[in-house]
Design a protein around this ligand. Structure first.
Ligand SMILES: [Cu+2]
Length: 481
């Protein structure tokens, strides 16, 4: 390791020591030059991909691949519009890709093989240069294919937050927390204990008249969970005082499942979805976070006690997906209270009319599952076939499109579009506007419409954010004509 590497790791370790509970380390900041471009070969950030151990609790220490010696990796704070150089060092034996989720950046640095981004070679190093934006909660993660290897891609600890600042304060708050929901030690299973029912509201507009009765292939499950790198009860609690306001940035960094979480004894005011402020903030008992999605909430600490923030599912919460929130001077057992569970409905955060152009063209996207069609696994189809598609999805520069996503499967899928932002238009027949997202959960047998302007030339990947679904066909490449 060169001297600079040692310095960077040294400052990172200090930052970790100062904030033990949260893997937050703005460690490259001290090295950033105050004006102009850094000279060539002088990165603003360095990410080192290498084996890490994660101590979920004292008796549960696991081995995975992570960034800079930890999982999650460091919180990277960037300035919207200020160009940065990022060096990625790959200390593993397999090629890697770092994807910058939610950023409007060119395909060469977006971090997917499908779009032609270069890999970081095994035992190699590569520099990426990008202009972060838009402002808000973004994240970075491995975009490597895993297929049937549950020690690769998004199953590993290769994920972390990027917060892109633009100088606008998202409201007054006393503490800012970044909480990533995670599962670990994935395995193949036929029984999925998921929370997809939460996305069901009312009709099932895309339910086929006859259902495929072939037995399902193996999917991926987990019994081990955490928030950031700690299981519920391990690590330090989140310490608060009565009267404080917490700003919490949630991320579902799971490769497997959508999640619903709540903070017992409190309501959460949702102010942003996928890092983008919503037109109509709503105060709710719980939130539903699809794989890859982010939700920013503000919580008024107005109910002194010791509480659990975690999964609304008992088994999942008690297997680690939670964290204790402790008011100053309170010393009782952490309490959980089941919140009333209303169906998750994106449209309540919207407004009546879009300020953007009406869509000029419509693209239909039909999702289907072929149970057990690839050996032990299911095959996933977009418009009748798995990836790759040839020239089905060709965009005209400047045109505003409507995507109509018809989910003819019995799973909810968090669909993600790279390098573009969607405006939600309709969820299962309910119209909305003004909600800007890069990932949207399409309910099972449900229909979601989103609009976007084709203003980011180059290849753009569209896919389900559940790693196994993506690997087995559930993706499509959009190109510009
Ligand atoms: Cu999926």
């Amino acid at each position: 390791m060169d001297r600079r590497g040692l310095l960077q790791l040294g400052s990172m370790a200090l930052a970790h020591a100062a904030v033990p509970r949260l893997p937050i380390a703005e460690w490259a900041g001290t090295r950033r030059l105050s004006t102009g471009h850094p000279p060539e070969d002088n990165p603003d950030y360095l990410l080192r991909i290498a084996p890490v151990t994660v101590e979920l609790d004292r008796s549960h220490i696991l081995s995975t691949i992570g960034y800079n010696g930890a999982a999650p990796g460091p919180l990277l704070r960037m300035r919207a519009g200020r160009r940065v150089r990022i060096d990625v060092v790959n200390d593993t034996d397999t090629p890697e890709l770092v994807h910058w989720h939610g950023m409007l950046i060119p395909p060469e640095v977006d971090g997917t093989q499908e779009e032609g981004s270069p890999v970081v070679p095994p035992r190699g190093r590569r520099q990426f240069e990008l202009t972060p934006g838009p402002a808000g909660s973004r994240w970075y993660h491995s975009h490597a294919m895993a297929m049937d290897d549950l020690h690769k891609g998004a199953y590993t600890g290769q994920f972390g937050f990027v917060y892109v600042e633009d100088g606008n304060n998202p409201g007054r708050y006393d503490q800012e927390l970044f909480l990533a929901l995670r599962d670990w030690e994935p395995f193949f299973t036929t029984t999925m204990d998921d929370e997809d029912d939460d996305t069901h509201h009312g009709p099932l507009p895309e339910k086929p008249a006859t259902l495929n009765s072939d037995p399902d292939g193996l999917e991926v499950g987990s019994n081990t969970y955490s928030i950031n790198d700690k299981a519920l009860g391990a690590g330090d609690p989140i310490r608060v005082r009565e009267g404080q306001r917490l700003l919490i940035h949630f991320l579902n960094a799971s490769a497997i499942e959508n999640r619903r979480v709540a903070l017992a004894g409190h309501k959460m005011k949702v102010i942003a979805l996928d890092g983008n402020p919503v037109p109509t903030p709503q105060t709710l008992d719980s939130i539903f976070v699809g794989g890859g999605e982010r939700i920013d909430v503000v919580v008024e600490m107005n109910n002194p006690g010791v509480w659990i923030l975690g999964s609304t599912e008992k088994a999942i919460r008690e297997s680690g997906l939670g964290v204790i929130v402790e008011y100053a001077g309170q010393h009782r057992q952490p309490q959980w209270i089941d919140p009333p569970l209303a169906p998750w409905d994106y449209t309540i955060f919207g407004t009546a009319n879009s300020s953007s152009l009406a869509p000029q063209k419509t693209i239909e996207l039909i999702f289907e599952k072929m149970p057990g069609a690839v050996g032990k696994f299911n095959l996933w189809l977009v418009n009748g076939k798995p990836y790759p598609h040839e020239r089905e999805f060709v965009l005209e520069q400047g045109t505003r499109y409507r995507l109509v996503m018809r989910n003819r499967t019995d799973d909810a899928h968090p669909m993600h579009f790279h390098r573009h932002l969607w405006e939600l238009a309709e969820i299962n027949g309910k119209k909305t506007a003004g909600i800007i997202k890069d990932t949207v959960v399409v309910p099972y047998f449900g229909r979601v419409m989103v609009d976007f302007t084709a203003d980011q030339p180059g290849l753009a990947l569209f896919h389900c954010h559940i790693q196994q679904h993506m690997d087995y066909g559930f993706k499509a490449l959009f190109r510009y004509g």
